[in-house]
Design a binder for this molecule. Structure first.
Ligand SMILES: Cc1ncc(COP(=O)(O)O)c(C=O)c1O
Length: 425
């Protein structure tokens, strides 16, 4: 099972070396290093299970690694099944296909003349889509253990680690607890008390990261990088540190594509809220795979939504203007760099100062004819309020901010899709 860096082209065998950061990352060469699994060119079959990690198993690199390493199909069911039972004990339920429905009342409320489809991730494991990303990583670790592959050597002695104080941290803590794997979470001093309490309840070890004098950059992320350098396993959702984390998120796109195909609707546009970029990059990749496998006749236009207070992807997109994407892949800092000012927004979960996984989103927007959309605070607030008033989905303002993009660009298509994620706490 090969992974290839989309920036420098380095190849790794995921059974021999951990498929997380590119081996050439950190050389300071300004290349956008992210490992991506080689796609299967054969038509892939879909199972009839309701757990996406079983249903789409042929589409997932950890499954392909398992099979090519001598594990049977039933061994995969066993790995997924054990984690599923443990997730149910820790968080109430394991992974199941999440609902997507047309929301006529919500479309009307925001003045949309076409149809609006909302995929509801608020009842997913840990209350958001983030757990999908990390389940993909955990299954990879389990396959390495079960097949006794060299990449997994001495792995149980290594702790998992993440820098986050929101949905990603909660997802990591739930999955780590289910897998009985110790987790370190690096959080800022002002992290939400309810999130902190839940992380502790789940057994995660929390480190509060103060800014150190003379230090530039996010202190939580810096401590996370130090922990990884000292041997911890990156268990966050940035593809730059862990390319494999993107993959589990693709299941969201597979589910949407399958449902659209089932109801006979061709989506014109998908609006996705973008922070670090893992979600939109997983959607872009997942939709492309779904299309290649005949689930979609064409790609919906991908619109990446950021707030006016923090829009590093929109800034990069403007600079790309018609350029061959090989150029920015080799000159990252000319397109993507940390946002200079400290932003605030009701949608605080998408204020990442860098869109780490920006390149794959740009590729997805290019391939589909989409673009970035920058929304203002009143659109963020209107989307949140309309989502609460006109649906039964209790999503946070971060999790409804994709809809703010629809409000800003209602002419994007007749069949528009958004994802509501991140239950309001
Ligand atoms: C509910 C919700 N939606 C979307 C996002 C954006 O995801 P990403 O950081 O992968 O762009 C986040 C990130 O925290 C989130 O919590």
């Amino acid at each position: 099972m090969k992974f290839r860096c989309h920036g420098c082209g380095a190849e790794i065998d995921a059974g021999v070396r951990l498929a997380f950061a590119c081996p050439n990352a950190g050389l300071g060469d300004d290349i956008d290093h992210v490992l991506v699994a080689d796609s299967e060119t054969l038509p892939l079959s879909i199972g009839n299970e309701t757990d996406p990690f079983l249903r789409y198993r042929q589409w997932l690199s950890p499954y392909r690694l398992a099979r090519s390493s001598g594990l049977s199909d039933s061994a995969w069911f066993d790995l997924v099944g054990k984690l599923d039972l443990a997730l149910a004990a820790v968080d109430g339920s394991g992974f199941r296909i999440t609902p997507m429905a047309e929301r006529i009342g919500l479309a009307k409320a925001i003045g949309l003349s076409g149809s609006l489809w909302v995929k509801d991730e608020t009842h997913n494991v840990s209350g958001s889509h983030k757990a999908r990303h990390l389940m993909g990583v955990m299954l990879y670790l389990r396959v390495l253990e079960a097949a006794r592959l060299p990449a997994g050597e001495n792995m149980k002695a290594r702790r998992l680690t993440i820098a986050s104080c929101g949905n990603a941290a909660l997802a990591a803590a739930v999955i780590a607890r289910a897998a009985e794997w110790p987790l370190d979470v690096f959080i800022p001093p002002d992290a939400d008390e309810a999130v902190k309490a839940r992380l502790k309840e789940l057994g995660a070890a929390i480190t509060i990261c103060e800014r150190r004098p003379g230090e530039a950059g996010d202190p939580c992320y810096l401590r996370f990088r130090e922990a990884v350098a000292a041997g911890a396993i990156p268990f966050g959702v940035q593809g730059t540190d862990n390319g494999l984390a993107i993959e589990g998120g693709r299941t969201l796109a597979f589910e949407m594509a399958e449902e659209f195909s089932r109801v006979g609707v061709v989506p014109d546009a998908l609006f996705a809220q973008v922070g670090g970029g893992a979600l939109a990059s997983a959607l872009a990749q997942g939709l492309a795979i779904a299309r290649a496998n005949g689930l979609l006749p064409s790609l919906p236009k991908l619109f990446a939504v950021q707030t006016a207070g923090c829009a590093p992807l929109a800034r990069a997109w403007e600079r790309l203007d018609g350029m061959d994407l090989d150029v920015p892949a080799k000159k990252r800092s000319q397109f993507m760099w940390p946002w200079e000012t400290t932003p605030t927004s009701l949608a605080h979960g998408i204020l990442d100062d860098e869109t780490y996984d920006w390149w794959a989103i740009a590729e997805g927007m290019r391939a589909s004819g989409g673009s970035t959309v920058v929304v203002d605070e009143s659109q963020v607030a209107t989307a949140h309020k309309a989502g609460r008033l006109h649906t039964d989905i209790v999503a946070s303002a971060t999790g409804t901010s994709g809809l703010a993009g629809v409000i800003a660009k209602p002419e994007a298509g007749r069949q528009i899709a958004v994802i509501f994620s991140g239950v309001e706490r």
